[in-house]
Design a binder for this molecule. Sequence first.
Ligand code: SAH
Ligand code: SF4
Length: 410
Amino acid sequence: MVVSLDLSDPATRPQAQGVARAMEKPTLIGLTRGELAGALTQAGIVQDRQARMRAAQIWHWLYIRGVSDFAAMTNIGKELRAALAVHFSIARPEIVEEQVSGDGTRKWLLRFPPRGAGRPVEVETVYIPEEGRGTLCISSQVGCTLTCSFCHTGTQKLVRNLTAEEILSQLLIARDRLGDFPDADTPQGAIVPLEGRKVSNIVMMGMGEPLYNFDHVKQALLIASDGDGLALSKRRITLSTSGVVPNIQRTGEEIGCMLAISLHAVRDELRDELVPVNKKYPLAELLDACRAYPGLSNARRITFEYVMLKGVNDSLADARELVRLLKGIPAKINLIPFNPWPGSAYRCSDWETIEAFADFINANGYASPIRTPRGRDILAACGQLKSESERLRKTERLALEAMMIAGHGE
Ligand code: SAH
Ligand code: SF4
């Protein structure tokens, strides 16, 4: 029987909220193995001496088989499965919208339930298929505290940090939807070999500043890279930061993933304007932290992202200074054509200017791929993500389309 409650009726609201709260069960997704074992014993459904074994079984089902229902965990007895379902949840978040771009890029709008007294929140996750690999662009926060002047997310206030579960769920949903967990509900189901997976790489380049949500991002990435689970190589995980210097060293030491820096300007004066966190951690400090990043070598380089803004940061003098600044750092430079959004004050550099800039840095020994904008038609390109509280109104979408057609921002 389905019972629906009218939450708009003040007479039923307190009870209704009580029901909703009672239905919120703690999740088992995003916990370390030790935390998982602890949760089972604390709930009183598994004895101490069995906890590690049960945690290992559940871990296997969650991260190798991708199940989202305890009933599918067939090597666990019926009674325990039922008890697990009473105490915990392993459900996926709600997919509010899935869009597929003309170029195959996919964007999901996901809704996460309230945490504590808060409201449900929505974030965007993007999948970019490429020749020989597929990259998932994951969000770390709802909104962002920083206000980079060329970034759409930066116009949205920080609503909250995502939890480790919510960060990881973005990967689980993408794997569900793309078929990276085939036949997960049957014990005989095939396990997709590493080289056949749709999601081969992840980048923390969605909404938010990952280094302002360090602990949750760390926990999620350590689970994503656990060899006995989701098993993404740390060399295929890239965390992008606008330059939160104190957490750069920790990223290398505690997570051990690849690092990308949103540089975008080679002089403090301009960087203060484009990436305001630069006022706190100026270029010299940022580049010192990069030089000291653990594990750097020619095979493990830092990626420097550089958005091409017409007449702002795209001169050959800028390119020369960029090469000078990065001397001695094993680096790749990723040139990003600016992606427009309604109300943005910038335009993308002309194509010839971008090519001349790229040629100069190439001639000076740096690989400098120009990032092809992907999924622009569904607003899935870098810096275009923005969620629920201030999603684009239809009029804004039309304005954006008109801008694209007129060639602005190309
Ligand atoms: N907060 C992190 C990660 C998310 S942004 C960071 O700033 O690094 C991911 C990348 O997209 C960053 O390099 C960011 O500077 C870039 N970006 C933001 N807005 C953009 C836009 N409108 N066009 C192109 N790139 C953009
Ligand atoms: Fe935040 Fe990164 Fe956008 Fe800057 S570029 S506002 S740090 S998401």
